[in-house]
Design a protein around this ligand. Structure first.
Ligand SMILES: [Mn+2]
Length: 320
Protein backbone atom coordinates (compact mmCIF):
# COMPACT_ATOMS: atom_id res chain seq x y z
CA UNK A 1 0.00 0.00 0.00
CA UNK A 2 2.83 2.43 0.79
CA UNK A 3 4.00 1.98 -2.80
CA UNK A 4 0.68 3.26 -4.17
CA UNK A 5 0.60 6.17 -1.76
CA UNK A 6 4.13 7.16 -2.75
CA UNK A 7 3.10 7.09 -6.42
CA UNK A 8 0.08 9.27 -5.70
CA UNK A 9 2.23 11.79 -3.83
CA UNK A 10 4.67 11.83 -6.75
CA UNK A 11 1.85 12.30 -9.26
CA UNK A 12 -0.16 15.10 -7.68
CA UNK A 13 1.02 18.69 -7.54
CA UNK A 14 -1.46 19.74 -4.90
CA UNK A 15 -1.85 17.73 -1.72
CA UNK A 16 -4.26 18.58 1.08
CA UNK A 17 -3.85 16.79 4.40
CA UNK A 18 -6.62 16.36 6.97
CA UNK A 19 -6.98 14.74 10.42
CA UNK A 20 -9.65 14.21 13.08
CA UNK A 21 -11.71 16.64 15.14
CA UNK A 22 -10.61 17.43 18.69
CA UNK A 23 -7.04 16.68 17.61
CA UNK A 24 -4.29 15.17 19.75
CA UNK A 25 -0.53 15.20 19.16
CA UNK A 26 -0.72 12.15 16.87
CA UNK A 27 -3.38 13.79 14.70
CA UNK A 28 -1.27 16.95 14.35
CA UNK A 29 2.03 15.06 14.24
CA UNK A 30 1.02 12.74 11.41
CA UNK A 31 -0.76 15.48 9.45
CA UNK A 32 1.93 18.16 9.72
CA UNK A 33 4.78 15.63 9.73
CA UNK A 34 3.63 14.21 6.40
CA UNK A 35 3.18 17.76 5.10
CA UNK A 36 6.73 18.61 6.10
CA UNK A 37 8.14 15.46 4.44
CA UNK A 38 6.37 16.29 1.16
CA UNK A 39 7.45 19.94 1.24
CA UNK A 40 11.05 18.97 1.93
CA UNK A 41 11.10 16.25 -0.73
CA UNK A 42 9.13 18.07 -3.45
CA UNK A 43 9.54 21.83 -3.05
CA UNK A 44 7.43 22.52 -6.16
CA UNK A 45 4.32 20.84 -4.81
CA UNK A 46 1.66 22.77 -2.96
CA UNK A 47 0.88 21.28 0.45
CA UNK A 48 -2.05 22.49 2.56
CA UNK A 49 -2.93 21.46 6.10
CA UNK A 50 -6.70 21.43 6.63
CA UNK A 51 -8.92 21.44 9.71
CA UNK A 52 -9.88 23.61 12.60
CA UNK A 53 -6.91 24.80 14.62
CA UNK A 54 -6.56 23.67 18.21
CA UNK A 55 -4.84 26.47 20.12
CA UNK A 56 -3.29 24.17 22.70
CA UNK A 57 -1.42 22.39 19.87
CA UNK A 58 -0.07 25.53 18.20
CA UNK A 59 3.39 24.54 19.45
CA UNK A 60 3.30 21.66 16.98
CA UNK A 61 2.06 23.36 13.81
CA UNK A 62 -0.24 26.01 12.39
CA UNK A 63 -2.84 25.07 9.79
CA UNK A 64 -3.82 26.70 6.50
CA UNK A 65 -6.88 28.71 5.67
CA UNK A 66 -7.94 28.22 2.04
CA UNK A 67 -10.89 28.25 -0.34
CA UNK A 68 -12.89 25.32 -1.75
CA UNK A 69 -11.34 25.71 -5.17
CA UNK A 70 -8.00 24.45 -3.84
CA UNK A 71 -9.60 20.99 -3.84
CA UNK A 72 -9.88 20.97 -7.66
CA UNK A 73 -7.58 18.23 -8.86
CA UNK A 74 -6.03 17.78 -5.42
CA UNK A 75 -4.86 14.64 -3.68
CA UNK A 76 -6.45 14.48 -0.22
CA UNK A 77 -4.80 12.43 2.53
CA UNK A 78 -6.66 11.93 5.81
CA UNK A 79 -4.48 10.93 8.77
CA UNK A 80 -5.41 9.24 12.05
CA UNK A 81 -9.18 9.37 11.50
CA UNK A 82 -11.27 6.19 11.87
CA UNK A 83 -14.51 7.44 10.33
CA UNK A 84 -15.62 10.12 7.89
CA UNK A 85 -17.82 11.88 10.40
CA UNK A 86 -14.79 12.75 12.55
CA UNK A 87 -12.70 14.27 9.75
CA UNK A 88 -11.96 17.88 10.59
CA UNK A 89 -13.14 19.99 7.66
CA UNK A 90 -15.68 18.01 5.71
CA UNK A 91 -14.45 19.51 2.43
CA UNK A 92 -12.03 16.56 2.20
CA UNK A 93 -14.51 14.87 -0.14
CA UNK A 94 -14.01 17.63 -2.74
CA UNK A 95 -10.57 16.27 -3.65
CA UNK A 96 -9.93 14.19 -6.76
CA UNK A 97 -8.63 11.21 -4.82
CA UNK A 98 -8.94 10.52 -1.09
CA UNK A 99 -6.44 8.39 0.85
CA UNK A 100 -7.00 7.15 4.39
CA UNK A 101 -3.92 6.51 6.56
CA UNK A 102 -4.85 5.30 10.04
CA UNK A 103 -4.08 2.95 12.90
CA UNK A 104 -7.57 2.56 14.39
CA UNK A 105 -9.54 -0.62 13.61
CA UNK A 106 -10.99 -0.23 10.12
CA UNK A 107 -14.66 -0.46 11.04
CA UNK A 108 -15.74 2.36 8.76
CA UNK A 109 -13.60 2.24 5.62
CA UNK A 110 -13.60 5.32 3.38
CA UNK A 111 -11.53 6.86 0.62
CA UNK A 112 -10.25 5.60 -2.73
CA UNK A 113 -7.12 4.14 -1.16
CA UNK A 114 -6.64 2.93 2.38
CA UNK A 115 -3.61 2.10 4.44
CA UNK A 116 -4.86 0.99 7.84
CA UNK A 117 -2.62 -0.76 10.32
CA UNK A 118 -4.06 -1.26 13.82
CA UNK A 119 -0.77 -2.83 14.93
CA UNK A 120 0.96 0.54 14.56
CA UNK A 121 1.27 2.54 17.78
CA UNK A 122 0.28 5.73 16.04
CA UNK A 123 -0.32 7.21 12.62
CA UNK A 124 2.93 9.15 13.11
CA UNK A 125 4.78 5.82 13.28
CA UNK A 126 3.15 4.86 9.94
CA UNK A 127 4.17 8.17 8.37
CA UNK A 128 7.73 7.50 9.47
CA UNK A 129 7.51 4.10 7.72
CA UNK A 130 6.08 5.78 4.63
CA UNK A 131 9.15 8.00 4.57
CA UNK A 132 11.42 4.93 4.86
CA UNK A 133 9.55 3.25 1.99
CA UNK A 134 9.95 6.37 -0.15
CA UNK A 135 13.56 7.12 0.75
CA UNK A 136 15.08 5.58 -2.34
CA UNK A 137 12.66 7.54 -4.49
CA UNK A 138 13.68 10.84 -2.98
CA UNK A 139 11.60 11.18 0.18
CA UNK A 140 13.39 13.32 2.73
CA UNK A 141 12.88 13.87 6.41
CA UNK A 142 13.98 17.08 8.11
CA UNK A 143 14.30 18.16 11.70
CA UNK A 144 10.81 19.61 11.86
CA UNK A 145 9.19 16.46 10.43
CA UNK A 146 11.16 14.38 12.94
CA UNK A 147 9.92 16.58 15.82
CA UNK A 148 6.31 16.28 14.69
CA UNK A 149 6.34 12.50 14.18
CA UNK A 150 8.16 11.99 17.46
CA UNK A 151 5.49 14.06 19.26
CA UNK A 152 2.75 11.94 17.70
CA UNK A 153 4.39 8.69 18.77
CA UNK A 154 5.05 9.93 22.30
CA UNK A 155 1.47 11.17 22.59
CA UNK A 156 -0.27 8.01 21.42
CA UNK A 157 1.97 5.60 23.36
CA UNK A 158 1.67 7.51 26.64
CA UNK A 159 5.42 8.14 26.49
CA UNK A 160 6.18 4.58 25.30
CA UNK A 161 4.23 3.11 28.21
CA UNK A 162 1.24 1.49 26.48
CA UNK A 163 1.50 -2.06 25.09
CA UNK A 164 1.02 -0.53 21.62
CA UNK A 165 4.73 0.40 21.74
CA UNK A 166 6.52 -2.28 19.73
CA UNK A 167 9.99 -2.66 18.33
CA UNK A 168 8.71 -0.80 15.25
CA UNK A 169 7.88 2.10 17.55
CA UNK A 170 11.31 2.16 19.14
CA UNK A 171 12.93 1.76 15.74
CA UNK A 172 11.11 4.87 14.52
CA UNK A 173 11.91 6.79 17.71
CA UNK A 174 15.56 5.74 17.52
CA UNK A 175 15.86 7.21 14.03
CA UNK A 176 13.81 10.32 14.79
CA UNK A 177 15.91 11.39 17.77
CA UNK A 178 18.95 11.51 15.47
CA UNK A 179 17.50 14.77 14.20
CA UNK A 180 18.50 17.70 16.27
CA UNK A 181 15.20 18.99 17.71
CA UNK A 182 14.63 20.18 21.25
CA UNK A 183 13.09 17.22 23.03
CA UNK A 184 12.98 18.88 26.44
CA UNK A 185 10.91 21.81 25.23
CA UNK A 186 8.63 19.45 23.29
CA UNK A 187 7.94 17.48 26.49
CA UNK A 188 7.31 20.72 28.37
CA UNK A 189 4.71 21.76 25.80
CA UNK A 190 3.07 18.36 25.90
CA UNK A 191 2.99 17.69 29.62
CA UNK A 192 3.34 20.82 31.69
CA UNK A 193 0.07 21.92 33.28
CA UNK A 194 -0.91 25.22 34.85
CA UNK A 195 -0.96 25.29 38.64
CA UNK A 196 -4.77 25.60 38.71
CA UNK A 197 -5.04 22.18 37.00
CA UNK A 198 -2.51 20.62 39.37
CA UNK A 199 -4.50 21.99 42.33
CA UNK A 200 -7.82 20.68 40.97
CA UNK A 201 -6.25 17.24 40.43
CA UNK A 202 -5.02 17.34 44.02
CA UNK A 203 -8.51 18.18 45.22
CA UNK A 204 -10.10 15.36 43.20
CA UNK A 205 -7.66 12.75 44.47
CA UNK A 206 -8.04 13.98 48.03
CA UNK A 207 -11.84 13.69 47.82
CA UNK A 208 -11.94 10.38 45.96
CA UNK A 209 -13.84 7.75 47.93
CA UNK A 210 -12.66 4.25 47.08
CA UNK A 211 -15.60 1.97 46.32
CA UNK A 212 -15.61 -1.75 47.09
CA UNK A 213 -16.31 -2.48 43.42
CA UNK A 214 -13.00 -0.94 42.39
CA UNK A 215 -14.78 1.92 40.65
CA UNK A 216 -13.95 5.54 41.38
CA UNK A 217 -16.11 8.58 40.82
CA UNK A 218 -15.04 12.16 40.15
CA UNK A 219 -17.75 14.80 40.19
CA UNK A 220 -16.71 18.07 38.58
CA UNK A 221 -19.62 20.36 39.28
CA UNK A 222 -19.85 23.81 37.72
CA UNK A 223 -19.09 25.39 41.07
CA UNK A 224 -15.99 23.24 41.60
CA UNK A 225 -14.69 24.12 38.13
CA UNK A 226 -15.38 27.80 38.81
CA UNK A 227 -13.59 27.61 42.16
CA UNK A 228 -10.42 26.39 40.43
CA UNK A 229 -10.89 28.49 37.29
CA UNK A 230 -10.79 25.42 35.06
CA UNK A 231 -13.01 24.99 31.97
CA UNK A 232 -14.83 21.86 30.95
CA UNK A 233 -12.49 21.43 27.94
CA UNK A 234 -9.40 21.64 30.14
CA UNK A 235 -10.53 18.65 32.19
CA UNK A 236 -9.75 16.42 29.19
CA UNK A 237 -6.04 16.57 29.94
CA UNK A 238 -6.33 14.71 33.24
CA UNK A 239 -9.03 12.10 32.68
CA UNK A 240 -6.29 9.51 33.14
CA UNK A 241 -5.89 10.66 36.76
CA UNK A 242 -6.77 7.32 38.40
CA UNK A 243 -4.85 5.10 35.97
CA UNK A 244 -2.00 4.34 38.33
CA UNK A 245 -4.01 3.94 41.53
CA UNK A 246 -3.86 0.32 42.64
CA UNK A 247 -7.34 0.20 44.20
CA UNK A 248 -9.10 1.52 41.09
CA UNK A 249 -10.05 -0.66 38.11
CA UNK A 250 -12.42 1.76 36.34
CA UNK A 251 -13.47 5.33 36.88
CA UNK A 252 -15.87 7.97 35.73
CA UNK A 253 -15.61 11.72 35.33
CA UNK A 254 -18.81 13.76 35.48
CA UNK A 255 -18.29 17.24 34.09
CA UNK A 256 -21.22 19.57 34.57
CA UNK A 257 -21.90 22.00 31.71
CA UNK A 258 -24.81 24.36 31.12
CA UNK A 259 -27.29 21.85 29.70
CA UNK A 260 -25.56 18.50 30.08
CA UNK A 261 -23.30 16.52 32.38
CA UNK A 262 -20.53 15.12 30.22
CA UNK A 263 -19.38 11.62 31.18
CA UNK A 264 -15.92 10.21 30.62
CA UNK A 265 -15.33 6.56 31.44
CA UNK A 266 -11.93 4.90 31.71
CA UNK A 267 -11.02 1.33 32.57
CA UNK A 268 -8.10 -0.95 33.28
CA UNK A 269 -10.07 -4.16 32.62
CA UNK A 270 -13.88 -4.01 32.76
CA UNK A 271 -15.43 -3.26 29.36
CA UNK A 272 -17.22 0.08 29.72
CA UNK A 273 -18.36 1.05 26.22
CA UNK A 274 -21.62 -0.92 26.50
CA UNK A 275 -22.45 1.03 29.63
CA UNK A 276 -21.59 4.25 27.78
CA UNK A 277 -23.92 3.31 24.94
CA UNK A 278 -26.82 3.06 27.39
CA UNK A 279 -26.20 6.69 28.34
CA UNK A 280 -26.09 8.47 24.98
CA UNK A 281 -22.51 7.58 24.25
CA UNK A 282 -20.01 4.97 23.20
CA UNK A 283 -16.35 4.52 22.36
CA UNK A 284 -13.56 2.07 22.97
CA UNK A 285 -13.81 -0.85 25.44
CA UNK A 286 -11.41 0.90 27.88
CA UNK A 287 -12.18 4.57 27.10
CA UNK A 288 -15.66 5.89 26.38
CA UNK A 289 -17.80 8.97 26.62
CA UNK A 290 -21.46 9.50 27.42
CA UNK A 291 -23.96 12.14 28.52
CA UNK A 292 -26.41 12.43 31.39
CA UNK A 293 -28.72 15.30 32.23
CA UNK A 294 -29.17 15.17 36.00
CA UNK A 295 -27.09 14.15 39.01
CA UNK A 296 -29.71 11.47 39.72
CA UNK A 297 -29.02 9.97 36.35
CA UNK A 298 -25.30 10.18 37.16
CA UNK A 299 -25.93 8.13 40.33
CA UNK A 300 -27.70 5.46 38.27
CA UNK A 301 -24.71 5.27 35.95
CA UNK A 302 -22.39 4.85 38.95
CA UNK A 303 -24.52 1.93 40.18
CA UNK A 304 -24.22 0.30 36.78
CA UNK A 305 -20.48 0.93 36.74
CA UNK A 306 -20.22 -0.79 40.13
CA UNK A 307 -22.00 -3.81 38.68
CA UNK A 308 -19.73 -3.92 35.62
CA UNK A 309 -16.69 -3.84 37.90
CA UNK A 310 -18.08 -6.47 40.29
CA UNK A 311 -18.86 -8.80 37.38
CA UNK A 312 -15.39 -8.29 36.05
CA UNK A 313 -13.79 -9.10 39.42
CA UNK A 314 -16.01 -12.17 39.92
CA UNK A 315 -15.10 -13.39 36.45
CA UNK A 316 -11.37 -12.86 36.87
CA UNK A 317 -11.48 -14.72 40.20
CA UNK A 318 -13.01 -17.74 38.45
CA UNK A 319 -10.36 -17.48 35.73
CA UNK A 320 -7.60 -17.77 38.30
MN1 LIG B 1 -3.52 8.20 16.71
Amino acid sequence: MTEQIIELIEKYNKIIIHRHERPDPDAYGSQAGLGEIIRQSFPDKKVLLAGEEEMSLNYLARLDDFSDKEYDGALVIVCDTANEERISDQRYSLGEVVVKIDHHPNREPYGDYMWVDPSASSTSEMIYELYVAGKERGFQLNREAARLLYAGIVGDTGRFLFPSSTNRTFEAARELVKYDFDRASLYDSMYQVPLKIARLKGHLLQQMEPRTSGAAVFRLSKSLLAEYGVTSEETHSFVGIAGDIQEVIAWVFFIEEDDVIRVRLRSKGPVINELASRYNGGGHPMASGAKVYTWNEADLLVKELDRVCEDYLAYSNIEQ
